[in-house]
Design a protein around this ligand. Structure first.
Ligand SMILES: NC(=O)c1ccc[n+]([C@@H]2O[C@H](COP(=O)([O-])OP(=O)(O)OC[C@H]3O[C@@H](n4cnc5c(N)ncnc54)[C@H](OP(=O)(O)O)[C@@H]3O)[C@@H](O)[C@H]2O)c1
Length: 237
């Protein structure tokens, strides 16, 4: 496969960082958009673009002329009773999860359209869209919009650009650290899943790498549920 240029927004931590490591192993030219860089220190030849997705400019400086793929990882886990959610909290979840993704895609589209063999976009949703869970109103609303964006853009940009999303359940990353603090919480979280464990950043990253690859060339407009069965299975006997 030819060397590709890929932008991973939110490639400095968790799932995004594992995607960046995988791309580096494949020899892809990798660009990371994020606010911090510390965890990228061990990854070779990564270009860093410093920006906050809550203050995105119309044009991203430092992108290559041709982009073969884009991954948008920034997300939030704000679990709160519905009546206590403030306007500011709804807006922050919306900006980071939905608007940041939409505006990043707008800024990248001229570059993605130049990819000779077509391009691929991967977004992130959550299991809490397909499966109602208490206290998830704000994040489920914002990620539900991401799923709508995924399907709309997959239709609008076909056949040249594929757009898919991954909807994980609880995955062991810094974002989920509070929910996984201590053995008891980890055990309870694993137990809630039909497959009896939480996800790892590496396995979610491998799914993203698959969606970016030519092996997924006939897949677009899909929400892939990597969730230990949480979103669809009932395992009581
Ligand atoms: N982990 C889970 O349990 C879980 C479950 C369901 C869905 N998801 C989804 O999976 C995706 C990846 O999550 P993760 O667990 O890997 O998260 P993570 O470890 O917190 O990483 C998030 C990445 O996004 C970047 N980011 C966050 N806010 C940003 C901002 N305002 N501007 C620029 N960059 C920003 C962070 O970089 P900087 O801090 O350097 O800016 C970091 O690289 C998210 O969309 C999340 O909603 C995760």
């Amino acid at each position: 496969m030819d060397r590709r240029s890929v932008l991973v927004v939110g490639g400095s931590s968790g799932i995004g960082l594992e995607i960046v490591k995988g791309l580096a192993l494949q020899g892809d030219e990798t660009y990371v958009g994020s606010r911090t860089t510390e965890k990228l220190a061990g990854v070779e030849k990564v270009h860093h673009l410093a920006f906050d997705v809550q203050e995105l400019p119309d044009q991203l400086q430092g992108l290559p002329d041709v982009l073969n793929a884009l991954v948008y990882c920034p997300g939030t886990i704000r679990l709160k009773p519905f009546q206590r959610l403030t306007r500011e909290e709804f807006l922050e979840d919306w900006q980071i999860n939905f608007l940041g993704a939409a505006r990043t895609i707008q800024a990248c589209l001229p570059h993605l359209k130049k990819a000779p063999a077509g391009a691929s976009i991967v977004l992130f949703s959550t299991v809490a869209v397909a499966c109602g869970m208490p206290f998830h109103a704000s994040i489920a609303g914002a990620k539900g919009a991401v799923e709508g964006l995924t399907r709309s853009l997959a239709a609008e940009l076909a056949p040249r650009i594929r757009v898919n999303a991954i909807a994980p359940s609880l995955t062991d990353t810094p974002l989920a650290a509070d929910l996984l603090a201590g053995d008891e919480k980890r055990k309870a979280a694993a137990e809630r899943h039909p497959l009896k464990r939480i996800g790892s950043a590496q396995e979610i990253a491998r799914l993203a790498l698959f969606l970016l690859s030519d092996d997924a060339a006939w897949i677009s407009g899909q929400i892939l549920h990597a969730d230990g069965g949480m979103g669809t299975l009932k395992t009581f006997k």
